[in-house]
Ligand binder design. Sequence first.
Ligand SMILES: [Zn+2]
Length: 234
Amino acid sequence: MLSESKLIKTNQFNKKSYFKFLNSFKKLGYNFISYKQIKKKNNILLRHDVDFSVDLAKKIAIWDHKQGIKSHFFFQYDSPFYNLGTHKNIENLKLIKKLKHSIGFHITIKNFNTIRKDLLIFEKFLKVNGIKIDKIFSIHKIGSKKYNIKIPSYQNFFNFNSLGIYYSDSGGSFRFGNPLNNNEIIINKSSFQLNLHPIWWTSGNKIKKRNKIKNIKKLTTKIFDDELNTYRLL
Ligand SMILES: [Zn+2]
């Protein structure tokens, strides 16, 4: 076991340990590359599903860029927490693209018949605002069925290139085990997908779900507070 593998067992998953964690793969000879350049060996597709905050996604995009990493951000067009159409978020998305990351949609399956049309409309909306979306998508929640979902002309990132190895830290813990304990990774250097949600650790070291949710609440209510403070009331 690599010493870095202990990082994700402790409650110290913050900016510093995030960098350390990513660096441990670099030390093994891995590169974090765009899905357009993926090869069978030594590559990692780093993915971030954005469930709560475009501002935080921008922050992570800057962190990743500073590490020389190309990552993939998936945004919801129907998020209950953020609005992709605000001036600020359009600027955030532009910056993420400028940093050479990829942007796709993080979709919720409500009605299969309308999903492709939804994607085309929102793709167009972003295009007129100067943002070119990549033809990739990931699926919000709904368990194992997500591997089989196909949408014409878009690629499902869950089974991208049949990489076969997938790790995710959903909710701040690695449910499928620790990638730094997998010989297919540390010895064979097989390419794989790493799905990280740094929002669960950007706001401190609190490990309890209750505390994590409290932090997310603080972050999302701040958006409303800032907006409400711009009103001039008599
Ligand atoms: Zn999600």
